[in-house]
Ligand binder design. Structure first.
Ligand code: SAM
Ligand code: SF4
Length: 334
């Protein structure tokens, strides 16, 4: 664990796979040229669990989120969930998913020990949703909605819905999405759209500051500050009397790098200290496969921890000439 002058870094976001069954316009739109991880370069379950048990847990990481790509596409995911959930030092384990496969997997995930889940749901309108996620069948909204209901029935708590608000696409639904929290103990989190994944769409549509969304909601119902379990940088509010809460993740309008408590491990074993700045990243898969000792791998992670306070995404390494970023969230592990 690192006690930097800023905070403790004890939260690891683990990408299980870089593939996805959706093609969200803001993440990996149809036609994206993505350099997918080759099969031999994926960390196996055994390698991943070795790193978690022998390197990250002993170094004080005790909060984990499984993500991707679409994590539910990872074979034997229950084995990974069970191993992390049952480790004595684990304080928290959560998952971010598009929910498409959740109706059939929610119970098994819960039984394996997962308790917290975030499901991406950018629209309540099946047609808008289909256009956003690249769905030609027009049926995926229903399947995701069934996944959300299943997660709720099974008992995931808190159950969070992630919404990226994109002007001209779903910004007219902010009040309807916020209203989901009134009668249900669901937690809706509005995320500012970032120039990562599809910078063309970003430049065309731009983004909406969280405060503008809060004002809309305040004007309609009023808004008070609140709390909900989580490890992220969301500012939490509540419609007075509502069962659930509203979270706002404002990485565009507000720099929260000085309170960042996380690092990311990609599905091919790269440890990254920052979402948008690759400085200091190390390839733990390579070290592992070279047969390096556990102490040597721990030292590499300690070195990344030591430089993390100096790295922030305001000074990010922009990967493209149009001000976007070369990698997508699905590649890094969003
Ligand atoms: N497939 C899963 C899902 O969609 O929930 C997990 C991976 S996805 C990359 C994780 C999160 O990243 C999602 O909530 C998604 O909305 C968010 N994301 C992807 N591209 C983004 C962008 N350009 N700006 C902000 N958030 C983005
Ligand atoms: Fe897939 Fe999630 Fe990216 Fe959408 S946001 S394309 S569901 S990884």
């Amino acid at each position: 664990m690192t006690n930097s002058p800023y905070h403790t870094v004890d939260y690891l976001r683990v990408s299980l796979i870089d593939r996805c069954n959706f093609q969200c316009q803001y993440c990996m739109p149809e036609g994206s040229e993505i350099d997918y991880i080759q099969s031999q370069n994926f960390l196996s379950n055994e390698e991943l669990l070795y790193l978690l048990r022998e390197v990250f847990l002993p170094l004080g990481f005790n909060k984990f989120r499984l993500t991707g790509g679409e994590p539910l596409l990872r074979p034997q995911i229950d084995e990974i969930v069970a191993a992390i959930a049952s480790a004595e030092q684990t304080q928290d384990l959560a998952m971010t998913t598009n929910g498409f496969l959740l109706a059939d997997t929610a119970q098994d995930l819960y039984d394996a020990g997962l308790r917290r889940i975030n499901i991406s749901l950018d629209s309540l309108d099946p047609d808008t949703f289909a256009a956003l996620v690249g769905d030609r069948t027009g049926k995926r909204w229903e399947q995701v909605w069934a996944g959300i209901q299943a997660a709720y029935r099974v008992g995931f708590d808190p159950l969070k819905l992630n919404v990226i608000v994109i002007p001209g696409i779903n910004d007219g639904e902010v009040l309807d999405l916020a209203a989901l929290t009134i009668k249900r103990a669901w937690h809706v989190r509005f995320i500012e759209f970032m120039p990562i994944g599809n910078s063309m769409l970003f430049h065309e549509k731009q983004w909406i500051p969280s405060e503008q969304l809060r004002q809309q909601i305040r004007d309609r119902w009023g808004l008070t500050t609140a709390q909900v379990a989580g490890n992220g940088p969301a500012d939490i509010f509540q419609i007075p009397g509502a069962q659930g809460t509203l979270g706002f993740i404002s990485q565009m309008s507000e720099c929260f790098c000085d309170r960042c408590n996380r690092m990311r491990l990609s599905a091919d074993g790269w440890l990254r200290p920052c979402l948008l700045n690759e400085q200091g990243s190390v390839n733990l898969r390579a070290s592992l496969r070279r047969g390096e000792s556990v102490e040597s791998i721990r030292t590499q992670v300690r070195e990344v921890l030591a430089i993390k306070p100096e790295i922030n995404f305001k000074e990010r390494d922009m990967g493209t000439t149009d001000g976007g970023y070369a990698r997508t969230m699905s590649q890094i592990g969003g």
